[in-house]
Ligand binder design. Structure first.
Ligand code: SF4
Length: 207
């Protein structure tokens, strides 16, 4: 799929933006303003944001307007998510957020080349469209979704590619949590370089 690049990233297809608490991964529990961009061609069967896949459903919004709205909240951190946000050049959005003193966390599958500047990169690799090589060494956090036992092999393959300081997380796929969480617990106890990430926002009933 081709994603429309409008004015070199000065306009981005915004699905939604909201102030909440980051529910998963290393930054769990931190208040953060979420910017969710439309468009993803990875196609995970269990994706909980399928409504974002088609970017043409979301009119392009100037990055100035996106950042202006973010500044209405006391948020110190911004999460850029999707969809797959790296389908777009993110330099303009990042530079405007930075010039307003905000920290920027990226959530990505790493399936497209990196653009923009981030304080934290959460790489969540997907088998259907694996990450580009360049992103492994700059990932701050590797978060692998575990749907079944084969996903542990995928997790280890990805672990071998990230840098030494990258934080390692295994996160149960939400609909499989009853079955897979006990297996993940035992796996992490036996392989203590890994940590468990849970989607705590779903327990808190927040977005
Ligand atoms: S990469 Fe993310 S947004 Fe894209 S299909 Fe997979 S879970 Fe959904």
């Amino acid at each position: 799929m081709k994603f429309p690049i409008l004015k070199e990233g000065a306009l981005l297809p915004l699905v939604e933006s909201f102030y909440t608490i980051q529910g998963e991964g290393f930054n769990t529990g931190k208040p953060a303003y979420f910017i969710r961009l439309g468009g993803c061609d990875v196609g995970c069967s269990w994706c909980d944001a399928k409504e974002t896949w088609n970017p043409s459903l979301y009119p392009p919004v100037p990055v100035e307007d996106i950042v202006k709205e973010a500044l209405n909240y006391p948020a110190k951190a911004i999460v850029i998510t999707g969809g797959e946000p790296l389908n777009y050049p993110l330099e303009k959005l990042c530079s405007l957020l930075k010039s307003n003193g905000l920290e920027i966390f990226l959530e990505t599958s790493g399936s497209s080349s990196i653009s923009g500047n981030f304080d934290w990169i959460c790489l969540s690799p997907k088998k259907k469209k694996p990450p580009v090589q360049e992103i492994y060494k700059i990932a701050s956090e590797l978060k692998v979704i575990i749907e079944n036992e084969e996903d542990f092999i995928w997790a280890e393959k990805n672990k071998a590619l990230v840098g030494n300081n990258c934080m390692l997380y295994l996160q149960p796929e939400w609909s499989r949590i009853k079955t897979m969480l006990p297996v993940i617990i035992e796996y992490v106890k036996a392989n203590p370089c890994w940590n468990i990430s849970l989607q705590t926002h779903k327990y808190m009933n927040i977005p």
